[in-house]
Design a protein around this ligand. Sequence first.
Ligand code: ASP
Length: 418
Amino acid sequence: MEEAKKKGLALHWQILIGIGLGIATGILLCRITPYENWSPYIKWAGDIFLRGLRMIVIPLVFTSIALGVAGMGNSAALGRIAGKTILYYIVTTAIAAAIGLTLVNIVKPGVGANLNLAEKVTSIGTGEVSFIDQIVAIVPSNIFESMAKGDLLPIIFFAILFGLFMNKVDKKHTGTLSDLFTAIYEVIMKITFFLIRLAPVGVFSIVANVVGKQANDPQALINMAGSLGVFVLVVWGGLLIQGAVVLPTLVRVLGKQNPWRHISKMSTVLLTAFSTCSSGAALPINIRDSQEKCGISNKIASFVLPLGSTINMNGTALYECVTAIFIAQAYGIDLTLVQQIMIIFTALLAAIGTAGIPMAGMVMLTIVLSAVGLPLEGIGLVLAVEQLCDMPRTCINTYGDSCGAVIIAHSEGEQLTI
Ligand code: ASP
C-alpha cells in the first residue's frame, strides 16, 4: 500500500498525459510563434530520451542473447525455441501483409489521388538490396562496425554464436563469462528503469515537436482530408484488425492467456513504441515488463524479444503492402495477381530487413516498389503522412513481439502471471 502510494500515478497514465500535453503544447506554441523558434527549447528533452534508449540497446541485446542462448544449454532447446519463434514471426507478418493487401484493394484510396500532392523525395536512399545480399549481411565482417552502426541483425547473429560457443569452452571460462554478462545485463536493466521514469517528459517533447511541425504545414493538413486521409484510415484500419483481432486471438488460443489483460500490462511498452516510432527504443522496456509483469522467463524474453524487434514487423509489412498498392492506384497502374503476391512476399522480406527506428519502413518501401516496377517517386506521395503511419505501425510491431513471447513461453510450459 505504502509502496503504491509512493509510486503515484501509474507510468502509462503519465505517458498518456505526456502525449496529451505534447499535442496541446505543439498546437498552442505554433499559434504564438513559428515552429522553428520554439522547437529547440522543447526538442532536446525528447532527443535525450531517445538517445538514452538507443545507448542501452546494443549492450542489452548482446548480453541478453548471449546469456539466453548459453543458458539454454543443449542446442535442442535452442533449436526448438528458435524454430517456433521464426515460424510465429513469419506467419503473423504474412497475415498482416495479406490484411493490408485486401483492405487497400477493397477501399482503393489511391484511385483518383492527386499526384500533385507528391513531395520531393531527396533523402530516401535506394534500398535496392537483393535478398541474397540481405542474408549475407547477417554475418558481420566486423562486429564493432555493426555495433557502431547499430545493425542489430549481425549483432544478434554474433551473440547467438557467442552464446553457443560459451558452452563449449572450459567450465571455468563459461562461468566467468556468464557472471560478467549477467552483471552487465543487470546494470543495463537498472539504467533502463531509470530511463523509463523519464518517458513521460521525453514523450511530451517528441509529440509536441511532431505536432508543431505538422501544424506549421497547413498544406499537409489539407492533403489529409483527401485521398491521403483515406490512405491513413486504411493503414490504421488494417493495423487495428491485426492488433485488436488477429494477435489477441493468437494470445488467447495459442498462449491461453487473457489478451486484454496482456495488453494492459504492456501499456507502457506500447505507448513508448507509439510515441517514439522505434521498436528498438521500446525493446528494453519490453524485456523488463514481459518478465516483471507477465512472468515470462528471462531465457525466452531475452531471446524472442530482441529478435522480434529486428525481424518481426507486422505493422511495417502491412504498411508496405497498403502503400505499394496505393501508389500503383494513384499512378493508374494495374497490378496482376502475381504482382500482388510478389508485393506480399517482398513486403515480408523488407519488414524483416527493416531496422527498429523511425521511418525505416519507408526507406525499405523502395525494395517493394522496385520488385514490381512501381515508380519510386510514389514515396513522395505518402511522405506527408509518414509520422501518422509510423506511430501505429511501430506499436503493432512491438505488440506482435510481445504476443510472440507470451505464446512461446506458454508453449514451453511456463506459468505466466498475466
Ligand atoms: N518505425 C518502425 C519500428 O521501429 C519501423 C518502420 O519504420 O516501419 O518498428
